[in-house]
Design a protein around this ligand. Structure first.
Ligand SMILES: [Zn+2]
Length: 92
């Protein structure tokens, strides 16, 4: 899972960490990470954080992933690996 952030005055997305996000938004949201996971985006007065869609294979780096709705996981068309069911384990 990758979190990206930009400040609102100049849109310039960069990668950040869960710790940083929580530190900056815990005054606004009781559980920022849950909001981010549910909504996919979270913002403060000055910045926006987004969950970057998984678009690369964890194993070979290919971007040729096919999402399987019923399994809630993506399989790589390059190496055939499933992306470890991350969505399955992290979603209640
Ligand atoms: Zn792969």
């Amino acid at each position: 899972m990758k979190i990206i952030k930009t400040f609102k005055d100049t849109e310039n997305w960069f990668e950040t960490t869960e710790e940083e996000l929580v530190a900056k938004t815990q005054d606004i949201y009781p559980n920022p990470m849950q909001v981010l996971k549910d909504v996919g985006i979270i913002q403060s007065m000055w910045a926006i954080w987004k969950l970057e869609e998984r678009d690369e294979c964890n194993f070979c780096g290919s971007t040729d992933l096919i999402y399987n709705q019923s399994l809630l996981d993506s399989s790589c068309q390059e190496c055939g690996e499933w992306q470890e069911g991350e969505l399955l384990t992290k979603t209640k």
